[in-house]
Design a protein around this ligand. Structure first.
Ligand code: GLY
Length: 348
């Protein structure tokens, strides 16, 4: 078992760690939040080690990360007479963790919650940093707060149940953590293609990198914004394709975002041509390029103007200063975004 921060543990014994936590805290009431996927594939891993508990199931997917689902969760907690010493165990990906945490921290002004992230994306990203919330009026994570879970238990056992496409998507964040924070780590991972079996080392390293950043800047005033590398253009690609019924997974869009934002970093002479080529070649080993035409490129650059990281009309990105380090709040232009997307579609 590895303790990454005070509240984040990586282990291959999730049921026992969870059981110990429940016993030591003497919670008065226990609920487990699942969706239909984690109910089917993950609940069995922990079920036998739990005391008597309430199972709360919501529908999977980002479209259900909303106030209606919160009402359903608060309703069950109320019906089951949860008091302030109750605990909500969130078993699932980013939606379950963010929304379950939000519901826990607002129910009776806050009860405990434990996150057990079950996707690679949630294990290496949402697991650390305490971003809780829901979508509202079509805006992602519009209502929410920062609050760290009482405990996060990360176990690679759940990755066995994930489709490979989901695993690759989560791996985009692993690549990102190395590019923005660990030049040596980048040297190591770029020698290997996608790690197919033993995830323990990858999880340990990636979660530690993210935790180091978050500890220094928990509420994203500065350094934490470096975690947005690949996400300004990546989010624009993701939102545009979603709106046009061509949706891609988050990590697939972030992979496109990292190639394009690395290209802008190269044009600004922050990284050299060899580094750009290495980054692009490695990402291409793992992700297929998304097909984009001229009109898509124009529209995506318009979407980037909506990004919530912007300052007024200025589009803000985190660019690579060099491999292993990033610079946040760097203004990029619509023209640069379009040029980088041309590079992305033409250069293969
Ligand atoms: N996903 C980026 C962050 O947690 O800040």
């Amino acid at each position: 078992m590895d303790t990454i921060t005070e509240n984040v543990i990586i282990t291959n014994q999730v049921p026992l760690v969870l059981q110990q936590k429940i016993i030591s805290e003497a919670y008065t009431n226990v609920a487990v939040l699942v969706d239909e996927n984690t109910h089917e594939h993950c609940y069995n891993v922990i079920k036998a080690h739990l005391p008597e508990h309430t199972l709360i199931q919501i529908k999977s997917g980002e479209i259900h990360k909303n106030l209606e689902s919160c009402k359903a969760i608060w309703h069950v907690l109320t019906q089951q007479s949860f008091d302030r010493k109750g605990v909500l165990i969130n078993l699932g990906g980013g939606v379950i963790g963010d929304m379950g945490g939000f519901c826990a921290r607002t129910y009776k002004r806050g009860i405990a919650f434990i996150n057990i992230p079950t996707t690679l994306l949630a294990q290496v990203d949402a697991s650390v940093g305490g971003k809780l919330g829901i979508d509202f009026d079509h805006f992602k994570n519009h209502i929410g707060l920062f609050s760290e879970p009482d405990q996060v238990i990360i176990d690679p056992i759940f990755l066995k149940t994930l489709p490979e496409r989901q695993l690759r998507s989560g791996y985009a964040e692993v690549i990102k953590h190395n590019l923005i924070a660990d030049a040596e780590g980048w040297e190591t991972i770029k020698k290997n293609s996608f790690p197919a079996t033993d995830w323990m080392d990858t999880l340990r390293h990636s979660v530690t990198l993210k935790a180091d950043v978050v500890l220094k800047d928990p509420t994203e005033k500065g350094l934490r914004k470096t975690l947005n590398f690949g996400h300004t253009i990546g989010h624009a690609v993701e939102s545009y394709l979603l709106r046009h019924d061509r949706s891609v997974l988050h990590g697939e869009a972030v992979a496109a975002g990292m190639i394009t934002e690395a290209y802008i970093s190269y044009n600004r002479q922050f990284i050299d041509n060899d580094s750009l080529k290495e980054i692009v070649d490695y990402i291409d080993l793992i992700f297929e390029r998304i097909k984009l035409n001229e009109n898509d490129i124009l529209e995506i650059s318009n979407y980037a103007i909506q990004d919530k990281k912007n300052k007024g009309n200025r589009i803000m990105a985190a660019l690579l200063k060099e491999v292993g380090s990033a610079q946040w709040d760097t203004e990029i232009s619509k023209d640069e975004i379009q040029q980088s997307l041309q590079y992305y579609t033409l250069q293969t």
